[in-house]
Design a protein around this ligand. Structure first.
Ligand SMILES: NC(=O)c1ccc[n+]([C@@H]2O[C@H](COP(=O)([O-])OP(=O)(O)OC[C@H]3O[C@@H](n4cnc5c(N)ncnc54)[C@H](O)[C@@H]3O)[C@@H](O)[C@H]2O)c1
Length: 270
């Protein structure tokens, strides 16, 4: 159901690779709520992803940008302001990739070149996005910036490896830049800590299937779906959350507050 929560708002959404991507669902829901969207992804994702299908569906322009390249980000946000006909109201950072994980290297044998690249793609790109928006003064007053993260930033999930450290950095950037953006433009910056979801990035984590089931049983509400994450993100882009900033917000069916759930052991609820 649509509520026109984003009527007249202009947003930039990164990370929609295919219909499983969380960003894909966010873009669809934002369009349903009346927002005008620019979609972006890495140039390489244009070749093997399905972003143009989404763009056609929601009538959005696509501007490719490698989020680790400030020059690309400048073109992205200038192009967005031009395409949308004004400053930007909301931005979604939905980008993550671990080189060490891809190469099958465990946490105790990380390659540091790969680690730096992982941090650049998965965390520093968020700072680069915000600094570019800041320098261009491209955000509207009371705008909203959201990045997606995972609870491995706070608790140990061994197979999440270096991505845990990348997410800790990402969440810290939200707090630190949130201060500056709040003081100057009343812009909010938050991270949403999402349940596991079946996407290209998610299912790349070793043992993902078993872990997905474990998290689902541990959470009183079950795992939060990517569709539910989209609903939550759009409330953060809307005017209903104008005073929420510099927070890491759990969207995980209650997982982050649990110590033990007997359901994990196959015991009945009582
Ligand atoms: N799926 C999960 O279980 C889960 C849980 C919590 C948080 N997250 C986070 O959600 C976000 C989105 O991931 P997803 O699960 O939708 O998977 P996804 O694979 O669909 O999205 C990841 C995106 O990052 C993009 N990307 C990679 N390198 C890039 C670069 N250099 N420049 C620009 N874009 C680049 C990819 O093209 C892809 O679209 C990530 O930050 C991820 O860590 C995912």
């Amino acid at each position: 159901m649509a509520y026109n929560l984003l009527k007249g708002k202009k947003g930039v959404i990164s990370g929609a690779l295919d219909e499983h991507s969380i960003a894909w669902k966010v873009a669809e829901r934002c369009a349903e709520e009346g927002a005008q969207i620019v979609l972006t992804n890495a140039p390489v994702a244009m070749r093997f992803g399905k972003i143009n299908e989404l763009a056609e569906k929601i009538n959005a322009q696509v501007i490719p940008a490698d989020a680790t390249e400030v020059g690309d980000l400048e073109k992205l946000f200038q192009g967005s302001v031009d395409a949308l006909g004004g400053k930007i109201d909301f931005v979604l950072h939905s980008i993550g990739m671990s080189l060490n994980m891809r190469k099958g290297r465990t946490y105790t044998e990380l390659n540091y070149e790969h680690m730096l690249k992982t941090f650049d793609i998965s965390a520093i790109s968020f700072h680069k996005m915000m600094q570019t928006l800041w320098n261009m003064d491209a955000m509207n007053e009371h705008g909203s910036i959201v990045a997606l993260t995972y609870i491995a930033a706070q608790r140990v999930f061994p197979d999440y490896s270096e991505m845990a450290d990348a997410k800790a950095l990402l969440e810290s950037f939200a707090r630190s830049f949130g201060y500056h953006f709040g003081m100057r433009n009343k812009v909010r910056v938050n991270t949403v800590s999402q349940s596991p979801a079946w996407t290209t990035a998610g299912s790349g984590v070793k043992g993902f299937k078993e872990f997905f089931q474990y998290a689902d049983r541990m959470s009183p509400l079950g795992n939060a779906s990517a569709e539910a994450c989209a609903d939550y993100c759009l409330t953060l882009f809307s005017d209903l959350t104008r005073s929420v900033t510099m927070q890491n917000l759990y969207h995980d069916g209650g997982f982050s507050s649990m110590g033990m759930n007997p359901a994990v052991l196959g015991l009945d609820y009582e």
